[in-house]
Design a protein. Structure first.
Length: 520
């Protein structure tokens, strides 16, 4: 009876192979002998299942009866029950699957094929590789079948193809479990390196000193969410940060813009760099002295390692593929996305936008971890900020469309400009005009707090606040003069505090008749 059942199963399996042969002309990748060796090893060593639980799943086996046997072994192991011929046979019998797999005789045959489980993990990985190959063939067949359908929407077909390959790839990413001493050595080395270089940031510098003091730079594998209401300057903030990373610190940065074209972004970068209004940059309405200013300062951007992609509604699968390629070819050290809510998950969520945003944020974190780079994504806030009375500072609950964004992010920063809401002074009477508060609301690996930056609205530019000495402001880009007393200082204050000789921090000088003359 058992032999007949086994024969029927084999006949069924053969018919499946024949049908696939008719399509592809080849037998799908398989390793039946290795499957038997793996199952046999699991049956002779009761705790062997724990060594391959993260490698194999029932579907990894080509033979359907082997799938049932492995499923039974897996159930017993996860329920902390012993695994052997008797227990597996009993479990299969209770599921009415014992005759299906060929009975106890077949289980005994599996154990006869192996004498030790010493090569179990190696054999399991080979079995899994065959499964991946079969999955790729299945996905390719589905893509081919749908491609022949004249009524199929091309965009949906591309998304389907991307999602199929992405799902197979996701299932194949396995991280090895390591003992803590291996990681501990690396952690101690990083601590010692940090101690030697107290002023050196461990991550990618943002170029904003107050923010970098909180973060030590954007850290590898972190997902950073920067959120604000419209018109707060989200794009201006990340453009200023992109410029700082690439120009001042020579770190290659990829910027994915889903809202603005690459030309619009570059125009804004130019405006901020040369400090000429974006509308005048766009129309070419520059004064005579501003042309050499443009030609001189724009050279900073010419060689900057900034890579811009303005693909609209980019899917998470396409983003991942492009990021992989950029890391491999240009050693990208940070990815910026403007902005998250304009992305698509690449799969049909049947109108559930919250679920789609959750998938996107979870995938962004996975990409950051896989590529070991920080991913910085802009996000919108909901309208609760606007209707809230009193304090308009954003909160984590204001993140739009999905609580998963807060959950997945390693850091959440908010941009808040008090003057936008008519608040011109703080509680101590200090002016808030031209200032932006960057609120670090969540920091998984550090402290929370806030940093104040200067915001030049006319140039859409964020920068560190200028330092003040004796009531006079000096920005970080003040012209430097050599001093015999201290050649490392920006300038030297004379004993009589004669400020007439100090550098003036203006964009141009006036001749007294309100006529602009060339800047120094």
């Amino acid at each position: 009876m058992m032999a007949e059942t086994r024969k029927k199963n084999n006949t069924k399996q053969t018919s499946n192979i024949d049908s696939i042969n008719a399509i592809f002309g080849k037998i799908p990748p398989q390793a039946i002998d290795l499957e038997k060796a793996v199952l046999g090893a699991l049956l002779i060593q009761t705790d062997a299942i724990f060594s391959i639980m993260d490698v194999l799943k029932p579907e990894s086996f080509y033979d359907p009866s082997h799938q049932e046997i492995f499923r039974s072994i897996l159930d017993l192991g996860t329920n902390h029950k012993p695994v052997d011929i008797i227990t597996v046979a009993h479990d299969l019998k209770t599921k009415d699957k014992l005759d299906y797999i060929g009975g106890e005789i077949y289980l005994a045959e599996l154990t006869d094929r192996v004498a030790t489980s010493s090569h179990l993990e190696f054999h399991a990985r080979l079995v899994h590789q065959k499964y991946i190959q079969r999955e790729l063939i299945r996905a390719a067949a589905d893509i081919q079948r749908r491609s022949y359908d004249e009524g199929e929407d091309v965009e949906e077909l591309i998304n389907f193809a991307e999602s199929e390959i992405f799902n197979i790839s996701e299932g194949n990413i396995k991280s090895e479990t390591v003992q803590i001493n291996q990681i501990l050595d690396k952690a101690i080395s990083l601590i010692e390196e940090a101690a030697k270089n107290k002023n050196k940031l461990l991550g990618v510098p943002s170029g904003f000193s107050e923010i970098d003091r909180y973060t030590s730079g954007w850290q590898p594998s972190d997902l950073v969410i920067i959120a604000a209401r419209p018109s707060m300057g989200k794009t201006a903030f990340v453009l200023s940060m992109t410029r700082n990373m690439a120009v001042d610190h020579e770190r290659p940065v990829a910027l994915f813009s889903l809202e603005m074209s690459s030309l619009q972004l570059v125009n804004r970068l130019i405006s901020a760099e040369v400090e000429i209004g974006a509308d005048r940059i766009r129309t070419g309405n520059l004064k005579d002295y501003e042309w050499p200013q443009l030609e001189t300062r724009v050279k900073n951007l010419e060689t900057a390692p900034i890579f811009i992609d303005d693909t609209p509604a980019i899917s998470i699968f396409e983003l991942r593929a492009k990021c992989r390629r950029l890391v491999r070819t240009h050693n990208i050290q940070a990815v910026i996305i403007d902005y998250l809510q304009l992305m698509t998950a690449g799969v049909d969520m049947k109108g559930n936008r919250e679920q789609e945003v959750s998938t996107i944020s979870r995938s962004l974190k996975a990409i950051a971890k896989e590529l070991n780079i920080p991913i910085i994504a802009l996000s919108q806030l909901n309208r609760s900020v606007e209707v809230r009375t009193g304090d308009k500072r954003p909160q984590l609950s204001d993140l739009r469309e999905s609580g998963a964004i807060e959950q997945d992010a390693d850091m959440v920063l908010f941009i808040h400009r008090p003057e936008y809401y008519g608040q011109t002074t703080d509680a101590e009477g200090n002016s808030l005009l031209g200032l932006a508060e960057i609120i670090i609301a969540k920091h998984r690996n550090g402290a929370t707090g806030s940093a104040m930056l200067k915001f030049k609205k006319e140039f859409a530019k964020f920068m560190d606040q200028p330092q003040t000495i004796e009531g006079i402001e000096f920005s970080s880009d003040t012209v430097k003069f050599e001093s015999k007393m201290n050649s490392d200082s920006m300038f030297n204050l004379p004993e009589n505090k004669d400020f007439d000789n100090l550098p003036v921090n203006n964009n141009f000088l006036s001749n007294g008749n309100n006529e602009d003359i060339a800047p120094f």
